[in-house]
Design a protein around this ligand. Structure first.
Ligand code: AMP
Length: 303
């Protein structure tokens, strides 16, 4: 089964306490599509400007990512710039230039409309709705979001929750959206707003997964000593999770499948933060991924 990924494609300037790199391939859809490509076919919908380097297009193509849905518009590619503080957990956005992203209207090529699994990576809720308006009875829809949309488009985001099977967000966003301090209460409350499953990411502390009838799973984060660039960890997690679900075939998606998907997404995210942009993921082999997933298992097993 293939995954349809819709989101941002960006050129990022990233500064950490140790290094600074400019015009890196970034954006929620770039990370998510790349991560999903570990498990099978991926269709990507996004927009870039005429300045978008061919090398980035070639990199995505080299992973078998279908780019029939990539719009190349007159103007410049979306630019985002962020700086991490010394703990590498706190990030400040330095600048955002929407450029061609301002005019982005996702259009699904005919062949994408019956995609079984759709990942609505982080973009404005209006655009996420627009994707679902064009889709034909997807089996499983996952939505990611960010604090910006909770602040400026909360109503549209809440409407979206009623249309998706799974919501992925971080701990701060879960608290912000529900007004709950307890993440357990927040996870349960979010499920009542529509999605059958909710994944609450806790950065360096792992991830909580909520399902129906009180189903609950907690996944640790990989204990990395050297983090070089956390950008895109959340998008990589979401893409890996969606890709894993697509890769497991056509039967009904169960909570057990989601537990495995969360571990695979977490493993890929842990590779991603080891270098800037997609530099580390580029060299990860299926064997590397399998061995890191096995390590995750060992970290929590008691027998
Ligand atoms: P994450 O580290 O998972 O929060 O994602 C970082 C990526 O999100 C960067 O590569 C940015 O280009 C992208 N990004 C930043 N702001 C936005 C936005 N408002 N909409 C979509 N993508 C964004």
């Amino acid at each position: 089964m293939s995954v349809l990924v819709v989101g941002s494609i960006a050129l990022d300037d990233v500064k950490t306490p140790l290094a600074e790199q400019k015009a890196l391939l970034g954006g929620s859809a770039s990370y998510a599509a790349f991560a999903a490509s570990f498990f099978g076919p991926v269709n990507l919908v996004g927009i870039v400007g005429r300045d978008f380097p061919q090398a980035h297009v070639d990199l995505l193509k080299s992973r078998g990512i279908d780019l029939a849905g990539l719009q190349i518009a007159e103007g410049k590619t979306f630019r985002w710039s962020g700086e991490y503080l010394w703990d590498l957990n706190t990030r400040e956005t330095r600048s955002v230039a929407l450029n061609v992203f301002e005019t982005f209207r996702p259009e699904l090529p005919e062949a994408y409309r019956s995609a079984p699994i759709i990942l609505l990576a982080n973009i404005a809720p209006d655009l996420q709705h627009r994707v679902l308006d064009q889709a034909r009875q997807p089996r499983f829809v996952i939505a990611d979001t960010m604090d910006l949309w909770i602040n400026i488009a909360k109503e549209r985001l809440l409407e979206l929750l009623a249309r998706v099977h799974m919501l992925i967000l971080n701990d701060g966003e879960a608290r912000q959206l529900t007004g709950e301090t307890s993440l357990i209460r927040a996870g349960r409350k979010l499920r009542e707003l529509g999605p059958r499953y909710v994944a609450v990411k806790k950065g360096e502390h792992g991830c909580l997964l909520f399902g129906d009838k009180g189903q609950f799973f907690s996944c640790p984060a990989y204990p990395l000593e050297d983090i070089h660039d956390p950008t895109g960890a959340g998008d990589t997690f979401a893409g890996g999770l969606a890709g894993f679900l697509a890769g497991r075939g056509g039967t009904e998606i169960t909570f057990d499948d989601l537990r495995h998907a969360v571990v695979h997404g977490s493993a890929l995210a842990s590779f991603n933060v080891e270098a800037f942009s997609l530099d580390r993921l580029k060299s990860v082999t299926p064997e590397d991924l399998a061995s890191r997933v096995a390590e995750f298992r060992r970290f929590v097993a008691t027998d």
